[in-house]
Write a protein that binds this ligand. Structure first.
Ligand code: CU
Length: 531
């Protein structure tokens, strides 16, 4: 869809109150039976509701509106200015497969939320309507935006009021694949936060677009129907270099001993897996022609899972990570994406057939994490062939050599207290879990300074670490120096250490956190302030 008004009344379902989720963003620890993903597996109501989706009738609720008094009062935008984009937060139906229709919070009644194509440096006005009963936060992930727009309550962004709206304006950047998503705490509520369908891709067109491909395909990877389990978060061995630090393992082991007889903390599993909201085999295939060069823009919009992706007989030439062009584009057989990471990769379609583009994990792929790639003129059952084992090494996309020495090194150590928060693991940065009440800055930056985060993981989990409002440069991974790879999320392996550098060029508060919802909700966050 072209830039402009991305919302149309016909797209937005009129479904409201009976199916709204009561999303809790306050601390809570209710029983786990509150999972209320509503499934309309052929139920009579499902038919009625589906019918209303295609109806051309348009209720007054869905009419475009001007900014509310709060937005005008905020002084962000003169109220007579027209919005370039409108986003409505509400409940939508996601038809993941035949007879499998989910109801969940969505943007504009669809999952993924509409692709927003913005232009680098060209200011946009966005009206965000919240048709739910819960104040919302919409985070512009990967962009360099002021605290009143970025979309994190911890930084001071005002909430989009329940049953209200907020008009915002900003100048998009940097160019490349970004995304927008809810930034609420979910806690033990598995229909809140990123467990919902509140995520969508953003593509910021660069001032000059390199044209070495025939067309673009956007893929959003996302699980649905989450459930809690004890343990079960598997150790992953796909990261390279694989060097671990004995001291970090010792610290983790000590914490484990101290937790004594406590059971394992809760982890999250999923029953349904989708790409662009469809389970494998249930959406339209990606139709390609022999010889075509397809640029895939892939977003892992999972709340908690890292993902892999392979296309049998083909390789991915990785040209950008988290939307930023890499110094050394390299062809790889498998892509790996931690939660909230993005990969842009070109695939040369030179192996005709009907193939499964899918996750390496058989269970996840069989439960939907894949998409069919169909060459013109080819028919038949889509084929999956397991690729040979390969590692994911960020440094391959970088350039050799040391990064410029920073002005200051900030030490961060991440640790887990098993099941210490009502059965959930409690996470600490430098020994302290984030305090949602006080919301005080832990680290202090001087504007314009160059900082190095030396991040050390004293836990047996991998963490996708995210810094708001900035990009960082990977400078050392598990003992190997690198430079030139610019990201906003990076996976740090169990017992590993890593260094990333960034320039503190954004005044105000900046949130740093693990992007796994169940980790950030239970302590794994910290604030930087910058003056
Ligand atoms: Cu984490």
């Amino acid at each position: 869809m072209k830039a402009g008004l991305i919302w149309s009344p016909a797209e937005y379902s009129g479904i409201r109150e009976p199916f709204l989720f009561q999303k809790d963003y306050a601390m809570q620890s209710e029983p786990l039976t509150r999972r209320r993903f509503i499934k309309f597996a052929g139920a009579a109501t499902g038919g009625v509701l589906l019918g209303s989706r295609t109806a051309s009738s348009q209720s007054p609720m869905t009419m475009p509106q001007g900014p509310g008094p709060a937005a005008i009062a905020s002084g962000l935008v003169p109220h007579e200015e027209r919005a370039d984009h409108m986003i409505r937060i509400g409940t939508g139906l996601v038809e993941v497969g035949p007879q499998r229709i989910l109801s969940t919070a969505t943007y504009n009644g669809q999952f993924p939320g509409p692709l927003l194509r913005l232009k680098e440096g060209r200011r946009v006005v966005v009206d965000v309507h919240n048709d739910t009963d819960t104040p919302e936060q919409l985070h512009w992930h990967g962009q360099f935006l002021p605290t009143d727009v970025d979309g994190a309550a911890e930084e001071g962004t005002p909430f989009i009021p329940a049953r209200g709206m907020r008009r915002i304006a900003f100048t998009p950047g940097p160019s490349g694949l970004r995304f927008y998503h809810t930034h609420l705490r979910a806690g033990s509520d598995l229909h809140a936060g990123l467990y919902s369908g509140l995520a969508g891709p953003v593509y910021i067109e660069p001032k000059e677009e390199p044209g070495a491909y025939d067309r673009e395909v956007f893929l959003t990877l996302k699980e649905f129907e989450p459930f809690f389990m004890r343990g079960g978060d598997m150790a992953m061995d796909f990261l390279a270099p694989a060097a671990t630090v004995p001291e970090l393992k010792e610290q983790a082991d000590k914490a484990e001993r101290e937790a004594g007889a406590a059971p394992k903390g809760y982890e999250v599993g999923y029953r349904l897996f989708t790409i662009n909201g469809r389970m494998l085999g249930h959406g339209e295939p990606i139709r390609v022609k022999h010889g075509e060069r397809v640029l895939f823009h892939i977003l892992n919009a999972s709340a908690t899972e890292d993902r892999s992706l392979a296309l049998p007989g083909h390789r991915f030439k990785v040209v950008a990570l988290d939307g930023n062009p890499v110094p050394t584009p390299v062809s790889v057989p498998v892509l790996w994406l931690g939660t909230a990471e993005r990969v842009s990769a070109i695939v040369e379609m030179n192996h005709p057939g009907v193939w499964v583009l899918g996750d390496l994990a058989d269970k996840d792929r069989q439960q939907g994490m894949g998409m069919v790639v169909e060459y013109a003129g080819r028919k038949g059952r889509p084929r999956w062939v397991k690729p040979v084992h390969s590692h994911w090494d960020y440094t391959r996309f970088g350039k050799a050599g040391m990064a410029v020495a920073p002005d200051e090194v900030i030490e961060m150590i991440f640790a887990k207290q098993r099941a210490a928060a009502h059965g959930f693991n409690l996470w600490t940065i430098n020994g302290v879990p984030f305090d949602m009440e006080k919301m005080k800055a832990m680290f202090h930056l001087r504007r314009g300074g160059r900082y190095r985060l030396r991040m050390r993981n004293a836990s047996d989990n991998m963490h996708p670490l995210h810094l708001h409002r900035h990009s960082f440069e990977l400078t050392k991974i598990a003992g190997r120096s690198t430079s030139g790879v610019i990201k906003d999320v990076v996976m740090l392996g169990a017992y590993q250490e890593m260094e990333v550098d960034f320039t503190a060029d954004q005044p105000g508060l900046t949130l740093f956190h693990c992007h796994m919802q169940i980790h950030m909700d239970y302590g794994f966050m910290a604030l930087f302030d910058c003056v």
